[in-house]
Structures are given as C-alpha cells and as structure tokens.
Design a protein around this ligand. Structure first.
Ligand code: FAD
Length: 454
C-alpha cells in the first residue's frame, strides 16, 4: 500500500492494536491519548481490572504477532463455576475439549500493545492529548495538550476514532447528515471488589474458572488474576431487590453480602473498604451507523459500546482491526472500497453483539441456575460431539469462532425454537441421548443449511 499519514485518537486497547496493524502496513501513524502514559505511572486502567479474551481477540492478536506475548499473562477459564446459596458449587464447561476463555489484566494487555506499537512506529504515541474536534472537510483533528492547555491542529490522510464509548470522533460525526446514533443505560450498575491471594500467594477459590453467584436480577462474578487475587464484580440494579440503594454503612454492606453471597464473604476480608473506595459505575450501550464518514472511521467502543455480559466488547473491537486489515489486503490503495467494505461488514455485527450482550445478562444472572438451561447445555454439548461440529450453539459461535455476530444472533433465535420442541419431548430429562433428538436436529440442519457448520 502507498504510505499514508494516519491519526488515531485514543490509545486504549483498540487504538493501540490498530496502531500495530497500521504500522505493519507501513503507514505513518500518530496516536493521541488523553490520559498519561500508564507505563510510567501507577494508574487504574479504567473500567474493569481484568477482562475475558476469547477466540476473536486471539485471532486479531495472532496477526500482529502478539499471541505468545499475551498468552504469558492470560489465565484460561475452562468453565463457569456456579454458586447457588446453600448448595455445592456446580461446574459448567464452556466448550468442548479444553476450550476456554482467558482472564487478562486490562492494564498489562494495553501496555504490551503500546510497546508493540512503539517497537514498529517509534515513540509516536502522544499522551496527555485530548481530541476536541474533527474537521472532516479539511481532514484535521484539534487536540489540546492537557498539561499546557495548548491547542494543536493535526492534518492527516485518515482519522481513526478509537476513543471509547464517549468518542470525540463520533461526536463530530453526529453532526453529519443521516448519521444514526443511540445511547441507552441499563438500570443495572457495577462495582469492583476483590478476593486477595491466600497467604502463600495461591488463589483462594478455584483458579481456572469464571465464578458466578447468580441471584436472578443481580449477580456477583469473579475472574482470576496472575498474582493470586480475583477481581470480583457486583452487577446489581440501583433500586429494588438486591439493589445498591441503602448500602451506605458497614452493617448494611455486611448484611447484604451475608444474605446474598455468603460463600464469597469469607474470601473478601477487605469487602467493606473496597465497597466504599471503588465507584459504582454505569453500563451503556451505544449504537451508531455508519461507522465511517469521509476519511474518518470508528472502531472499538467508539463504534459499539456494549454491556459486558458476553465478554465481547474488547474482542469485538480487536475484530474490527482484523476486518479492517482484511479490507486493506483485499482493496489495497482503493481506500473508498476499504472504508465501504469495513462499514458493510461490521455495522450489523456491532448491533448484533450489543443485543446479544443484553440478552446474556438474563442468562448469567438467572438461567445458569435453571434446570432446563442446564439440560439444554448438556444436550447441545452432546449434539456438537455426535454431529462433528455441524450443530454449533450460539455461545460457542460467539466465543469460540470468528463467525459473524449477526450470524450467531439469527441462528440463536432459530435454535431457541428448536429447543422449545426438544425440551417438550416426553421424558427428555432422561432420554436426551435418544436417536430421536439427533433426528430432529439433523432435520433442522437440513432445513437451515446456512447454520450447518459441516
Ligand atoms: P477504551 O478502552 O475506552 O479506550 C479508549 C481510549 O481513548 C482511552 O485510553 C481513553 O483515555 C482515550 N480517549 C477517550 N477520549 C479521548 C479524547 N477525547 N482524546 C484522546 N483520547 C481519548 N470486553 C471483553 O471483550 N471482555 C470482557 O470480559 C469485558 N469485560 C468488561 C467489564 C466491564 C465492567 C466493562 C465496563 C467493560 C468490559 N469489556 C469487556 C468491554 C471493554 O472494556 C471495551 O470494549 C474495551 O475497553 C474497548 O476498547 P477501546 O479501546 O475501544 O475503548
């Protein structure tokens, strides 16, 4: 490709990855980041401390040669461990034969991606620079140095907005003709807490799983960290049963956790302190369309902020970079086609994962403890094995494949209808391995060849 001057706004997870992709193709890249350099000072990486990385993320990392480096800081989680009150914990494997999603520190991942970008680019990430505005006619960005207050206009061939859920590049696009945009908040908020390492540095509860304490309309989850700790997140409504309202004194906090999450409490010696110190944060979904305007493009949360219940926000953002790279490979210097191709293949998928993520809140909080759900999971695993992968459940399609999210959501709706039929079969609780069930699914695959992953 002919070398182009590229400006990237935002050096979070997606901006840092995009810088690697652009540098790899030989472009002249400059990245502007509002925050300080997280590699030089102790600072929170913002949002969640750790995240679940799955196949889409790994695929994008592999293409820039970062898979091995990230494997060193990733903890496989092979299953969900479900903690119902007064019962033994139950393990629900995620996939087949050792498939896992991986817990990774957001800060460490971001730092490694920044280092990789700078290895190729040279020191071209400008920290403490906030994007204020974009002029699409002139191809310029207006930045402010947050230390000196000085303004700087940067002109380039292309502008990429990877500046997160409240993107300045997207704000500028909102003022352009026929740009669709919506933002909606869940009534549920979240707060991060911690389970510290045991005295010998090991993990106090099962390490290689994602822990869930589901309570119908709210839940606690925990993901393991490399230092033996777990990052614990309470997702709960502001008001109503299990809500944050009234949790404003030590006793109320302790009573709440003893009532709803008694098995977690003994592992959380700093519970009350963490509860006061850590913010209660909101969960937003942002949808917009198109993701390109003139010579500017949105990627990551700037294009599609989604709630975290499928663990896909970052994975989807990494996939944006990989798909854009596919388009550069396909269309070379024809940038109009690159932009068109990216927009056409990503917008529907961004909207699909936003909807899937909201749906999955109910699954995590409620269904995982439901006998019918557990039976369906068991049957689906059996089907995958017996049909050699021709039948692929929705969760596996999203987390363990690179198939389009829009494919997964459309297929999932039909699979729900299929399972309405299967779960209504007489004696299904004990006859789930019967030939009859396989026949129904084979017929379903014949009727829907687009979902036969032979
Ligand atoms: P961000 O991470 O928000 O980065 C944007 C960057 O742009 C930041 O560095 C910011 O400082 C900078 N910036 C912002 N405005 C400006 C400006 N005006 N000028 C210059 N720079 C600017 N995803 C998963 O895949 N798996 C998970 O398990 C998962 N768990 C999550 C849990 C929680 C609680 C939350 C809230 C999110 C979770 N996500 C998860 C989603 C994930 O965090 C996001 O999708 C991901 O961070 C998006 O990366 P990004 O680079 O697009 O945006």
């Amino acid at each position: 490709m002919t070398k182009k001057k590229v400006t990237i706004a935002g050096a979070g997870l997606v901006g840092s990855m995009l810088a690697c992709y652009m540098a790899k193709r030989g472009h002249d890249v400059e990245v502007y980041e509002r925050r300080q350099d997280m590699r030089k000072i102790q600072m929170s990486a913002g949002k969640s401390i750790n995240l679940a990385l799955s196949v889409r993320g790994w695929t994008a990392l592999e293409r820039i040669g970062m898979k091995e480096a990230i494997e060193e800081i990733a903890i496989p989680m092979y299953a969900r461990e479900i903690h119902n009150i007064g019962e033994e914990a139950i393990t629900q494997p995620y996939g087949q034969d050792g498939e896992a999603i991986y817990s990774v520190s957001r800060g460490d991942l971001n730092k490694k991606l920044m280092n990789k970008a700078e290895e190729t680019l040279g020191p071209k990430i400008f920290f403490d620079h906030r994007l204020l505005d974009v002029d699409f006619d002139k191809n310029t960005c207006l930045f402010q140095d947050t230390n000196t207050g000085e303004h700087q206009i940067v002109k380039s061939d292309f502008i990429f907005g990877t500046d997160g859920a409240f993107s300045g590049v997207r704000n500028a696009m909102v003022k352009t003709p026929r740009f669709n945009y919506s933002q909606s908040y869940l009534k549920t908020a979240y707060k991060e807490l911690t389970i510290p390492p045991a005295e010998d540095g090991s993990h106090r509860i099962t390490k290689n799983v994602l822990h869930i304490w589901p309570r119908r309309h709210f839940m606690l989850i925990a993901l393991p960290n490399m230092d033996g700790s777990f990052t614990v997140t309470l997702f709960a409504p502001y008001t109503g049963e299990g809500g944050f309202e009234g949790l404003d004194n030590d006793q109320a906090i302790i009573d709440y956790f003893n009532k709803y999450f008694p098995s977690a409490v003994p592992h959380m010696p700093t519970l009350v302190q963490d509860f006061y110190e850590n913010p209660t944060a909101d969960l937003v979904t942002v949808k917009c369309d198109p993701w390109t305007y003139e010579n500017a493009m949105l990627l990551g949360d700037a294009a599609h902020a989604v709630v975290p219940f499928y663990g896909q926000g970052m994975n989807a953002g990494f996939e944006d970079c990989r798909v854009l790279d596919d388009m550069m490979e396909k269309y070379g210097d024809d940038w109009e086609k690159v932009f068109e191709g990216y927009n056409e293949s990503r917008v529907d998928d961004g909207q699909a994962i936003a909807d899937l993520a909201i749906e999955n809140y109910t699954e995590m909080c409620d269904s995982v403890a439901d006998q019918e759900f557990i039976l369906r999971k068991k049957i689906e695993k059996h089907l995958v094995r017996e049909l050699g992968g021709r039948y692929l459940p929705k969760y596996e399609t999203v987390s363990f494949s690179n198939r389009r999210y829009s494919h997964a959501i459309a297929m999932g709706k039909l699979q729900d209808q299929l399972f309405d039929q299967i779960l209504n079969l007489e004696g299904i609780e004990s006859n789930w391995q019967d030939e009859k069930v396989l026949d129904i699914v084979k017929q379903w695959l014949a009727d829907h060849p687009e979902y036969d992953h032979a």
